[in-house]
Design a protein around this ligand. Structure first.
Ligand code: IMP
Ligand code: MG
Length: 179
């Protein structure tokens, strides 16, 4: 079974659903009447983004961007590429960037200045997870699910070498699998 590759489960499917619903309620309050544009960063944030928007109870729009920085290893390469841009214009829009996990912060620190040049009405970051101990550049996370320890996590969209995204929980991958 896929879960046999986990050393431990950090968050169960039920815990995730509860926290994501709370984030959705916060966004509903903060963005009522603003028709926000939610941009999920693929592929990692695909599961989180599509769950989250079902808890946003005010009109909004959804778009995605494909960004890559990781290759198939477990550490960031430092260079960020936009492989697919949004279809929707960000100008004058209340933009919410949805990310799975903020690790070194390199990916978002590269993307945020670029987004700012597109003149959104506002620009906020919503991340399910953050590993503060790994930060190389400071990043302001406006909406955060949980702070997590410095371990390699998989599931709920997070992958190792493109696997484990389909796990409904978030777990710590057994180190022998990637070493
Ligand atoms: P950063 O640029 O170092 O902040 O990395 C952000 C990206 O790295 C995330 O969007 C993830 O795709 C990936 N990442 C960071 N930590 C993990 C992890 O523990 N498991 C899986 N992917 C991770
Ligand atoms: Mg990602």
């Amino acid at each position: 079974m896929l879960t046999d590759d986990l050393k431990s489960v950090l968050y169960t499917e039920e815990q995730i659903a509860k926290r994501v619903s709370e984030l959705g309620a916060e966004l509903t309050r903060d963005y009522a009447g603003k028709n926000p544009l939610v941009i999920g960063i693929l592929k990692g944030a695909s599961v989180f983004t599509t769950d989250l928007i079902r808890y946003i109870n005010t009109p909004m729009q959804l778009d995605f961007m494909v960004v890559s920085s990781y290759g198939s290893g477990t550490k960031t390469s430092g260079s960020v590429k936009i492989r697919k841009d949004t279809d929707t214009d960000m100008r004058e829009r209340h933009v919410i960037i949805c990310e799975d996990i903020i690790d070194s912060g390199v990916t978002m620190s590269n993307l945020f200045p670029l987004f700012s040049t597109r003149k959104p009405a506002s620009l906020k970051l919503c991340a399910l997870l953050s590993k503060p101990s790994r930060r190389e550049v400071e990043i302001k996370i406006d909406y955060l699910g949980w702070e997590v320890p410095d371990e390699f996590l998989v599931g709920y969209g997070l992958d190792y070498a493109e696997h484990y995204r389909n796990l409904p929980c978030i777990g710590v991958l057994k180190p022998e699998i990637y070493s």
